[in-house]
Write a protein that binds this ligand. Sequence first.
Ligand SMILES: [Zn+2]
Ligand SMILES: [Zn+2]
Length: 482
Amino acid sequence: MAICPQCPDQDESLEEDTMKVYSPLTLEKLARQRLLREEALAISALKDLPNILFPVMFEEAFINGHTKVLTAMIPVWPYPYLSVGMMIKNLNLETLKAVLEGLDILIAQKVHSSRCKLREINWRNGYHDINGICTRSYEDLPGFMTQKQPMQNSPGCGVKKELKLTTQLELIEGRLDESATYLLQWAQQRKDSIHLCCRRLEIQGLTKATVIEIFNFLHADCVQDLELLHLRIEDLAFLNPYLRQMNNLLDLTLSHITDTLSDSEISQLPIFQCLESISVNNVSFIYGNLKGFLRCLKKPLDSLSITDCNLSQSDLDFLPYCRNICELESIKIADISLCYLHLEPLRFFLQRVGHSLQYLELEACGIQDSQINTLLPAISQCFHLRGVSFCNNNFSLLFLKELLHHTAQLSQLEREIYPAPLECYEMGVILSHRLENFCPELLDILRAKRKPKEVTFETTQCSKCGGYYIYDLGSQSCIFQL
Ligand SMILES: [Zn+2]
Ligand SMILES: [Zn+2]
């Protein structure tokens, strides 16, 4: 716990530059807006609208709530895909209804317009920062975390329906919002012609009746990404049969599950066939049970994140012996106190995954000098590392330098985050000028071996205002951040 010297007059630093830059509307945009003001005209102009203008026109109509135009565009959509991003303005029941009405016209048509190529709509696409409308399937977009495609062989999605509507559903406090409820009912009534495919499901608090209703209709097989939050043990037990059917699940997140589980309850957890990524955050039953929990894996995991939990020595001892995590590409252990544990098992573990590991985050674990010293030989053997973060640990300047001598040997590193050394704190106050003085020398350790790309040194957060100091390679100066 430390406070920062910024605290007394922190309000000034809160002031943000709110100047906005206005760019002039292009002529094309003006023409589109003009056209859309006359909905009837816009609809009749669709037949002459070049394909390339469909996405922008759709987006414009979406944002401005021209629902009749949206409906009219669906049956003549000239691309196989229509992806509607999460961030788009007006993503609501009205625009959903308009799109579904368009689909209804399409379904009812005996002969489709020769122009219409539509096969799949992605409604609310949460995986990307797509702000608007896009004509590619979300799986084809760069950055989608699963380039491997188990879905294609999946029996659930193999059902060849004319049209597919992919979406993500969130049960918040046990309930779907009104758009999702409407979508589900709509799709249920048209289940012969539409496959409603739920790729991502979030269950935050559970109502049994809603879950039963959802899975009566949805294929559990379609779910690739599942997030379970704020659930009780009996909720997990209730979900178990559904979890067992999720044969294509790639990502599992458990968060804020504070009940403990007995050994037999842990052994009841389902085995996931193709899980690639597990994230557990504030889950009490992990303590002393990591072994039992990781039993749920059938094939080696790519990514493991354990944050804000307690880990026991036996949990750490187990890590190097777990067969299903020996090919990890990413591991994150954060907000877990490791300062009283022996880290040798973690060293063995890093040695085991050194051939595959690309991202290593050990953040806010209270790791001390002697403990990081234990890990150093293993860290410098992880030659494929592209990102490391050790922020919020308790290293002295001497051992921070040691760490840098080891990471300096990792030629693939693109992004590195280190803690400010203990010497940057005195009597519970952050001394940013010291950080500023130390950093050039610290960076020279890396520069002696390679050309570093993104490197930052960060102090802990001020316990009063939450701000912290950061020194980065780019600016070569110490900046206060809130
Ligand atoms: Zn402060
Ligand atoms: Zn599906």
